[in-house]
Design a protein around this ligand. Sequence first.
Ligand code: ATP
Ligand code: MG
Length: 201
Amino acid sequence: MTDTTRSERHRSRMQRQKQIVDAAIAKADRTQGLLLIHTGNGKGKSSAAFGMIARALGHDMRVGVAQFIKGRSDTGEEAFFRKQSAVVWHVLGEGFTWDTQDLERDTATAQRGWAIAQEMLSDPSFDLIILDELTYPLKFGWLDTKTVIRDLKNRPPMQHVIITGRAAPDALCEVADTVTEMQDVKHAFQLGIQAQKGIDL
Ligand code: ATP
Ligand code: MG
């Protein structure tokens, strides 16, 4: 094949591709608040959600974060984003259930946390809300999935919500607009390397 034929073929392939992409873009003509879920066993669920805080702040949006399992304020992103006046950050957990081993206490903690999340979900001044590790209270039954879905559906129409955590319930994925599953190919922790600042916390 001559160079000219190759470049002509490339151009016509790219033209067809552009038509397909343009048609898809023209078809996506609605605007609304989205529900996103980052689930799966691989790394990147929370950090991808926190990356979207930076995007939102760049557009002068207001952001609320509710962390359901974490009981400690030791992450770099919390320290960084707390300095931003447009970010409200709640640490609502007490660590993992194998630390507390008390079902009633875990349930009460999760319910208290949901009341705070629910308040943000009823406040249209929040453009983006991150419900970090919400999947665990649902999985362990500390929170009722139906109630959570109802409250999510009743939020202001332009409000975006991102939920993170492993094993997102099917019912939640069904009502979400974008669901991403992080796949674990390998992780440094399995090689005996402890959590590193700037990467893991
Ligand atoms: P990140 O906060 O880094 O985006 P994540 O939200 O996907 O991670 P979590 O299950 O919330 O993952 O766990 C948070 C911590 O556990 C981080 O320190 C992360 O590096 C680590 N981690 C995440 N995935 C794995 C894995 N597959 N194996 C071991 N450790 C992991
Ligand atoms: Mg996480």
